[in-house]
Design a protein around this ligand. Structure first.
Ligand SMILES: NC(=O)c1ccc[n+]([C@@H]2O[C@H](COP(=O)([O-])OP(=O)(O)OC[C@H]3O[C@@H](n4cnc5c(N)ncnc54)[C@H](OP(=O)(O)O)[C@@H]3O)[C@@H](O)[C@H]2O)c1
Length: 333
């Protein structure tokens, strides 16, 4: 094995749209595990929209990345050396080593993952953080009942594609919103949603009404902006909105507000923001159920995989612009 560890660090805090020059590719030595530590070779890196927020200076629910520090991120990989009795070389683990090829850890935040249950990269997607986000957001906050209509935005993506499939498992009508005909076709034909609205098609309100003729009982919010405003006009009384993400706003210097907030009042709508880590202590049952559904073929997933750590910045920009289908990953070796 080469003795170099290639990392991607934060070079600048972007204003507005992130650029590749906001990142720096750095080469360091592979770290040595100290007493009680393990050395992990990261095989896949997860790229996620929340990373855009970590590049900012302002306050958030988690610490920002400092200029010159390695970008944060979830990883799956293989233990190479271990001074920790809980791990041995060859174990496969998920961790949070960030945008780099190798990392050392005391092991506390590492989880052993078994690639015989689902393929290793799926622990970063359908059976990992995005799958858990869909599971908790829809089932705990959305509380779907059979026969209700569930609408989810960014429906061809990592979280959205799972939300609609869980909605179908629970007996709901699942309607996706995605950018472009190709993504909408995939959402219906492969992920099994009942309908999908192309928000770039120019008829969002009309197309939504046709796709959700009985109104919307749950809107799983991933994007915000004008899509949320269009949804607000078609919510049923006592609708629920799990507020998961606002990706349309992450690169905006002046974020879009919600002009028709009054519709939430009139319809007694419950809107709740959530962060998946709030549920971390109870994740076991969700992981088990998601893995079971994947193995039974009840949940299908897609991945968009960039090759090589040097291509992580480019792939991250692509994710924010909607170039990914399903979970965006980087294969590191
Ligand atoms: N609360 C939590 O704990 C938590 C955890 C995970 C993720 N999230 C949030 O969940 C959302 C989805 O995350 P993900 O990892 O599953 O990403 P993803 O959906 O796989 O990828 C992002 C997608 O967002 C869509 N998008 C980008 N700009 C948009 C815009 N202006 N309007 C509408 N859609 C736009 C693009 O799809 P199109 O081509 O369809 O536009 C893109 O493919 C994000 O907002 C993320 O921050 C929250």
């Amino acid at each position: 094995m080469s003795n170099k560890n290639i990392q991607v660090t934060l070079a600048n805090r972007p204003t507005g749209w992130v650029k590749e020059s906001d990142f720096k590719i750095v080469e360091t030595d592979i770290p040595k595990p100290g007493p009680g530590q393990v050395l992990v070779k990261n095989l896949y890196l997860s790229l996620d929209p929340y990373m855009r927020g970590r590049m900012n200076a302002g306050p958030s629910y988690a610490a920002n990345v400092e200029i010159g520090s390695v970008m944060v991120g979830g990883t799956v990989g293989e233990v190479m050396e271990s001074n920790n009795p809980k791990f041995k070389p060859g174990d496969t683990v998920s961790g949070y080593f960030g945008w780099q090829q190798y990392g050392v850890s005391a092991g506390n935040e590492l989880q052993k993952v078994d690639p015989k249950i689902v393929p290793l990269p799926a622990f970063l997607g359908a059976v990992g953080m995005p799958g858990l986000t869909a599971w908790w957001g829809l089932l705990d906050i959305g509380a779907p009942k059979a026969g209700e209509t569930v609408v989810v935005s960014a429906a061809a993506g990592a979280v959205g594609s799972i939300v609609g499939q869980i909605a179908k498992i629970k007996g709901c009508r699942a309607v996706g919103i995605a950018g472009g005909k190709a993504k909408c076709d995939l959402v219906v034909k492969e992920f099994g949603f009942d309908a999908c609205v192309d928000y770039k098609g120019g008829n969002l309100a009309k197309d939504l009404r046709a796709a959700a003729p009985k109104g919307i009982d749950i809107y799983f919010e991933n994007v915000g902006g004008q899509i949320l405003e269009a949804i607000a006009l078609q919510l049923n009384p006592f609708a629920r909105i799990p507020l998961c993400g606002l990706i349309s706003q992450y690169n905006e210097v002046k974020p879009h507000g919600l002009d028709n907030l009054v519709m939430l009042l009139i319809n007694r709508v419950k809107l709740q923001g959530f962060i998946v880590s709030d549920f971390a202590a109870h994740s076991g049952k969700a992981v088990e159920e998601l893995a079971g559904w994947v193995r039974e073929g009840k949940i299908k997933y897609r991945e968009t995989i960039a090759n090589g750590i040097e291509n992580a910045p480019r792939a991250f920009l692509g994710l924010l612009k909607g170039e990914n289908i399903g979970k965006q990953l980087v294969k590191l070796f």
